[in-house]
Design a protein around this ligand. Structure first.
Ligand code: EZ4
Ligand code: CO
Length: 403
């Protein structure tokens, strides 16, 4: 049995901040787990270093479920993004170790491949509809089968999903939070024409997605869903904030546009009612923010009973370690829907060499034992942590709003 002999947290910033847990065993085999919580990175680093790692030393690295339960039930204080990201990092690293010991890629331990590859969606954005469509055409030429469309809102200086760089979207960009202005009325007018022009330019053989980023009320979301129905979007994401899961009943009542939510959820309890009442179609919980591969499998099994498929979050703040873990999970899980994929920068990829690949709109985790992703610690040490915040959002009259 591989015994855990040590563990450390590596904080690095190759273009953006990442927190990585490395667990070492007496057999010389180590495992990696992503612990990045965008804009709150050091809280998870401290939770791991000060509170979790001391409890891991000497444990049997093969007892993944027992360690998970120990960290979840044993903390007394359950759930929450900081705790669950830390548990996720431990869980992911232990799956990596188990795979390396077995000499098998993690997806084989999860039951093997359920499909040939993992359909991913890319992000097309622009200040205008024309720019967004131009960008989407580029993604289509790269072979993407699914593309998310976000564009600037006329009358608003900036909005979620529209980047400064053409191909790399990075919202956490300031030493203190940037303030954006928001108008629901202006936004609601801008999305249907984006999808109308999108279908004209891109055709009907590509899936089109949209992220509302928690900014509507249920009745507004119902209206947007209805307006988009003629263009058959793959999903409308995060239509409304989901603390009150019953919010989705009203959205559901008014539209047949498929609904996706869950990138900020951290446990199965955040989605219980949503799944049970079939109020959503896709659950977006991810490996790093929802307790690792072990917990994500539990959520997916529960979702499968209620016709809900997976659609994991995969933005650039989820490190290549999380991306690799997500792809092993996606390849094996029966009720897979889609995986978000935003390419990392070259600097990030160099710090995290990986076996996963993209071809013709599908991704594959590769067949290296474990997760198939590593960290170049020497290179990582060259990129010092730099505080970075996500923006905040206010209405035009100054009222604090959802970002
Ligand atoms: O705002 O990952 O669907 N993707 C998203 C992301 C999130 C960021 C937050 O850290 O909504 O862009
Ligand atoms: Co989103």
């Amino acid at each position: 049995m591989p015994k855990i002999t040590g563990a450390k947290v590596i904080v690095t910033s190759p273009g953006r901040n990442f927190v990585t847990l490395k667990i070492e065993t007496d057999e010389g085999i180590y495992g990696l787990g992503d612990a990045t919580l965008n804009g709150r990175e050091l809280a998870v680093a401290s939770y791991l270093t000060d509170h979790v790692i001391p409890c891991l030393i000497g444990r049997d690295a093969h007892r993944i479920e027992d360690v998970w339960q120990y960290l979840y039930k044993g903390a007394y204080w359950r759930r929450g993004p900081v705790t669950m990201s830390a548990i996720a990092a431990v869980d992911t690293a232990l799956w990596d170790i188990k795979g390396k010991v077995a000499g098998l890629p993690v997806y084989q331990l999860l039951g093997g491949a359920s499909r040939e590859g993992v359909m991913v969606y890319g992000h097309a954005n622009g200040k205008t509809i024309e720019e967004t469509i131009d960008n989407a055409l580029h993604y289509q030429s790269l072979g993407y089968k699914a593309i998310r469309l976000q564009s600037g809102v006329p009358g608003l200086a900036s909005t979620y999903g529209v980047s400064k760089d053409r191909y790399f979207y990075e919202p956490a960009d300031a030493d203190l939070p940037t303030e954006n202005l928001w108008s629901t009325e202006k936004y609601l007018r801008s999305v249907p024409p984006l999808f109308e022009k999108g279908r004209e330019a891109l055709g009907w053989d590509v899936h089109l997605l949209h992220d509302v980023h928690h900014r509507l009320t249920p009745i507004e979301a119902g209206r947007l869903g209805k307006d988009l129905e003629p263009f058959r979007p793959f999903w409308m994401e995060d239509a409304v904030p989901a603390e009150n899961q019953a919010n989705f009943r009203l959205v559901r009542q008014h539209t047949t546009t498929p609904l996706a939510v869950g990138e900020i959820f951290n446990s199965i309890w955040d989605a219980k009612q949503l799944i049970e009442e079939q109020l959503i179609d896709y659950i977006r919980t991810t490996v790093v923010h929802a307790g690792g591969i072990t917990h994500l499998r539990r959520i997916a099994s529960f979702a499968d009973m209620h016709n809900v498929r997976t659609g994991s979050h995969g933005a650039t703040d989820l490190s290549p370690v999380c991306m690799a873990a997500a792809l092993h999970f996606d390849l094996s899980v029966p009720n897979f829907g889609i995986q978000e994929y935003m390419r990392h920068t070259e600097e990030t990829d160099a710090v995290f060499p990986h076996a996963y690949s993209f071809e013709d709109g599908l991704m594959h985790p590769g067949d290296k034992p474990g997760l198939g992703v590593d960290i170049d610690e020497e290179l990582a040490a060259k990129y010092e942590y730099k505080r970075a915040y996500l923006p905040v959002n206010r209405l035009e009259d100054g009222t604090m709003f959802h970002w």
